[in-house]
Design a protein around this ligand. Structure first.
Ligand SMILES: Cc1ncc(COP(=O)(O)O)c(C=O)c1O
Length: 407
């Protein structure tokens, strides 16, 4: 065995399983999102519309965000130049953390370089703070939560997705005096379904468990000030730790947790993923703070986003396409076959300039392969028409099933 042949074997395994990923090379154009220019493998270019981005509200193009970033770069330069502890805490980081704490009505917030790192660093650190901690984790939690829970050395139990009976049964099996935490998401991004947040919090109260919610696919978009589904449902105050991203609806980059001052202080002090890495560039923090502040009041943008998603779903349902509809902003169209899913995505891109990445195993279970569309308030009527017509034609051409899945 040589090192090279080991790499060849590892890559070949992915090819054999149809899981090898090829990236589509796109360049977004300022002020013109969701339009982008694709550079093809042969170097030629093509105009495309992005239909699978997570810049859900187009905030990555918003003047308030861009102005704040330009101003910060001009004022302070590029990088922060250090970890938070060693010269990397700036007025921009402090301002953003204050903005986020206020958003979630918590005492404090803690910034990380991404929500992936926020989940991983926090969940892997909690057992150091609560010795013997048992984490009860929803079976469809994101890879970043799974990773943090897996390597924290603590005890973990996986409960069936959104299954309250299973959660309760698993909690019952943990002795009353053992510390417990329930980790779950508010919106699961591949199906777009919601967690039964209130019922989970009731069960947590009953068993004296802490709660950890990932609102990555909800912050900016749900709730009167964009703090997420828990805010929309009046439940934010009952959750111990809220995780969010600044990279999706807020259009920039970075992740965070919001919690009590003591919880944030402890994570800040014990989490290697917070301590031993350079803090976000000040301009990124400035852009994110501007975006969070803007979306606290722009309810109109949130409404247009939801209306756009509902309208697209209605049209796709009208064509009898197998839509997975749980009433969120995510529009997954079920294909159920990895080869067909990839073929549909290729045809949409090459023939229609519509960019939607196929979602195959292991991101979703085998047999549930899908195209996941993310309409934003800046997708115009012509772009929606082009998408609907292209899908209608391809569905007929490929003789695909038009039966509707249960929502
Ligand atoms: C549920 C969930 N949590 C966390 C993350 C990580 O977010 P970030 O892109 O900020 O690292 C993602 C990213 O897709 C996600 O889907």
């Amino acid at each position: 065995m040589t090192y090279d042949s080991a790499l060849d074997a590892a890559l070949q395994r992915l090819h054999d399983e149809g899981r090898y990923r090829t990236f589509i090379d796109v360049e977004r154009e300022r002020g013109n999102f969701p339009h982008a220019v694709r550079t093809k493998p042969d170097g030629s270019t093509q105009d495309v519309t992005i239909w699978c981005g997570n810049d859900y509200l187009g905030m990555g193009q918003h003047p308030a965000v861009l102005d704040a970033m330009h101003e910060a770069i001009d004022a302070t330069g590029a990088g922060s130049g250090g970890t938070r502890n060693i010269s990397g805490t700036t007025v921009y980081h402090k301002r953003l953390e204050a903005e986020l704490a206020d958003l979630h009505r918590k005492d404090a917030a803690l910034l990380f370089t991404s929500a992936y790192i926020a989940n991983d660093a926090t969940l892997s650190t909690l057992p150091k703070l609560f010795p013997g901690l048992v984490i009860l984790s929803d079976s469809l939690n994101h890879a970043s939560m799974i990773e943090g829970i897996r390597r924290n050395g603590g005890d973990k139990r996986i409960f069936r997705h959104n299954d309250l009976d299973d959660l309760r049964a698993q909690l019952k099996a943990v002795p009353a005096n053992v510390p417990k935490l329930i980790a779950f998401e508010s919106i699961y991004s591949m199906d777009g379904d919601f967690a039964p947040i209130e019922a989970i919090l009731d069960i947590a109260d009953e068993y004296n468990a802490l709660t950890y919610i990932d609102e990555v696919h909800a912050v900016g978009m749900y709730g009167p000030r964009g703090a997420g589904v828990a805010e929309r449902d009046g439940l934010m105050g009952r959750i111990d730790i809220i995780n969010g991203t600044l990279a999706k609806a807020y259009g920039v980059m970075g992740g965070y947790i919001a919690a009590s001052a003591k919880m944030c202080d402890a994570i800040r002090s014990y989490a290697p993923g917070f301590i031993f890495t350079t803090s976000l560039p000040p301009a990124v923090a400035a852009g994110a703070a501007a975006s969070v502040a803007h979306l606290k009041t722009d309810t109109e943008l949130r409404k247009r986003h939801q209306d756009g998603a509902a309208a697209l779903k209605l049209r796709l349902k009208g064509l009898g396409l197998p839509l997975i509809d749980h009433g969120s902003h995510i529009v997954p169209v079920h294909v159920g076959d990895p080869v067909k899913c990839k073929m549909l995505s290729d045809r949409l891109l090459d023939d229609h300039g519509i960019y939607v990445q196929p979602i195959n195993f292991p991101t979703v279970p085998r047999g549930t392969e899908r195209l996941r569309f993310t309409p934003s308030p800046v997708h115009g009527p012509d772009q929606v028409d082009a998408l609907v017509n292209a899908l209608d034609g391809l569905w007929s051409h490929c003789a695909l099933n038009r039966a509707e899945l249960a929502g």
